[in-house]
Design a binder for this molecule. Structure first.
Ligand code: TYD
Length: 209
């Protein structure tokens, strides 16, 4: 049996990643493709517990390296418990966020450095990089306006400064440059329906190839 494709969706806060990736997965499932939608921590109990600690707004004392290690630990558990077993069954796995989020948020947002953060993630993911990544591009300002309008609850990272979100945005562009061959970049400043259509066409293209 052929291994499934591992596709990730990435983008800054407010890029519409979750709306777009769930819609794309649903549409493909309805058409009969074997697709699993997941997001870190993906309903994996251990990963959920780790994630709760990371995002709790009360954890103001959290050190940036601790945060990076916890994301890597949560990622590891989600990978081995959910992503890999499904890929092995030939199912396409669409994950809302993966290692590039840590490179952009912890590497650049928290200024730990992309290489430093990649090194702990290498340990966590043991070479299981995504086959393709759909990057939803929206500038930091537009992204923040969207989350401030749309949400009543802002987690510890949403509450970070504008400078932090600008560094995340710039960080994503460095990551894209580094992993050019893996990246499909979509303009996410457009209306949601258009972005969904673009992302759907991109993923369907990969599955039909
Ligand atoms: P997520 O649950 O994907 O929320 P959203 O729907 O806002 O994208 O991610 C929560 C926050 O965690 C988000 O601000 C991005 C951040 N994050 C990191 O900083 N590093 C990571 O490795 C991951 C996966 C997420």
């Amino acid at each position: 049996m052929n291994r499934g494709l591992f596709i990730t969706f990435e983008g800054p806060d407010g890029s519409g990643k979750t709306t777009v990736s769930t819609a794309v997965a649903r549409r493909l499932q309805e058409e009969g493709y074997q697709v699993l939608y997941t997001r870190e921590p993906g309903g994996i109990d251990i990963a959920e517990q780790i994630r709760r600690v990371i995002l709790d707004p009360a954890n103001t004392a959290m050190d940036a390296r601790t945060e990076a290690l916890l994301y890597a630990a949560s990622r590891r558990q989600h990978l081995v418990e959910k992503v890999l077993p499904n890929l092995e069954k030939g199912i396409t796995v669409i994950s809302d966020r993966f290692v590039d989020s840590s490179l952009a948020y912890q590497g650049c947002g928290r200024q730990l450095g992309i290489e430093e953060v990649m090194s702990i993630n290498r340990f966590a993911i043991e070479g299981h990089m995504p086959d393709k990544t759909i990057y939803l591009d929206v500038d930091a300002e537009t992204g923040l306006e969207r989350i401030e309008k749309g949400r009543t609850y802002l987690d510890r990272l949403d509450q970070e400064s504008r400078d932090f979100h600008q560094r995340v945005y710039d960080g994503y562009h460095t990551v894209i440059e580094r992993y050019k061959d893996r990246m499909i970049i979509l303009d996410a400043s457009k209306a949601a329906e258009e972005v969904i259509e673009d992302a759907y066409n991109a993923v369907k293209g990969l599955l039909d190839a």
